[in-house]
Design a protein around this ligand. Structure first.
Ligand SMILES: NC(=O)c1ccc[n+]([C@@H]2O[C@H](COP(=O)([O-])OP(=O)(O)OC[C@H]3O[C@@H](n4cnc5c(N)ncnc54)[C@H](OP(=O)(O)O)[C@@H]3O)[C@@H](O)[C@H]2O)c1
Length: 244
């Protein structure tokens, strides 16, 4: 059985992933923005081992989330699930990009990293020149391209881990809205499969999946120069370098 940490697991796909893994007998650690949301998360996934609390739109609080996770020991898999869509660009930037960057840098390295992206990353642009100076220009699509780029950099640099990205489809969560057309169950099954499956198809790295099927990602995500620039800018902003 595996031990899995899932960010943003108070609601939506994070909560559903957590409940599914706990039902399968895996050890799950939840994460919520504050204590109240943490209690809500625990009520909905009573089989979870623990809840870590911290607001991912705050850089110091995110560093503290990594400390809390490390205090619990090593995980087999981490699902970077937390995300915001209709939010101020500052929050999109911090929650969707800087938080997965910081947790990747600071957490004891698990065997498997899963990054929630979106098919909207295909419309994203790597505007790295304005990345630091004008974050108002960062759109949700850009943020999902950057997190894909981070995932591909992790896969390239760390040959001892599996790092993969997922497009869950447009599904009816708080983010997706009630009219979302895709299947909710299929929206979380790929992340949980990548986190725990022994199938050879799940033990790969640097891939982008939709409904357990590999898809082609935006070519900018695989551009090594862009990846290195992204990591360097994230280092400048957070003070945390990407571990070599
Ligand atoms: N739904 C879709 O159609 C869709 C499509 C493509 C990609 N995705 C991606 O899938 C992932 C999960 O989305 P979802 O649909 O499940 O969204 P959701 O229902 O809005 O859930 C997002 C989760 O992230 C948490 N979160 C947001 N900001 C946070 C912060 N500052 N600190 C800590 N936690 C925070 C939320 O906490 P609260 O509950 O307290 O707000 C919630 O638990 C996201 O990365 C999203 O971009 C979703």
């Amino acid at each position: 059985m595996a031990r899995v940490f899932i960010t943003g697991s108070a609601d939506g796909l994070g909560q559903l992933s957590a409940a599914s893994l706990a039902d399968q007998g895996h050890q799950v650690v939840l994460h919520a923005r504050n204590a109240e949301r943490g209690r809500y998360a625990q009520q909905h996934v009573p089989g979870a081992e623990h809840v870590i609390v911290g607001d991912l739109s705050d850089i110091d609080a995110t560093k503290n989330v990594a400390d809390q996770a490390n205090a619990l020991g090593r995980f087999d898999a981490v699902i970077h699930n937390a995300g915001v869509y209709q939010a101020p660009p500052k929050d999109i930037f911090r929650v969707n990009i800087l938080a997965p960057y910081l947790l990747t840098c600071l957490m004891h390295k698990p065997r498997r990293w899963i990054y929630l992206s979106s098919d909207m990353h295909l419309q994203g642009h790597a505007n790295l020149e304005t990345f630091k100076t004008d974050m108002r220009r960062i759109s949700y699509s850009d943020s999902k391209l950057y997190v894909m780029m981070l995932c591909m950099a992790v896969a390239r640099k760390w040959s001892d881990v599996y790092a993969n990205a997922v497009d869950p489809g447009w599904v009816p969560t708080k983010m997706g809205g009630p009219g979302a057309p895709d299947d909710l169950q299929q929206g979380y099954e790929t992340q949980t499969w990548l986190a725990v499956s022994n199938e050879t198809r799940a033990q790969v790295s640097g891939r982008y999946f939709h409904h357990r099927t590999e898809r082609r990602s935006n070519p900018q995500a695989s551009d090594v120069m862009l990846q290195e620039r992204l990591l360097s800018l994230c280092n400048d902003i957070t003070g945390i370098p990407f571990p070599q």
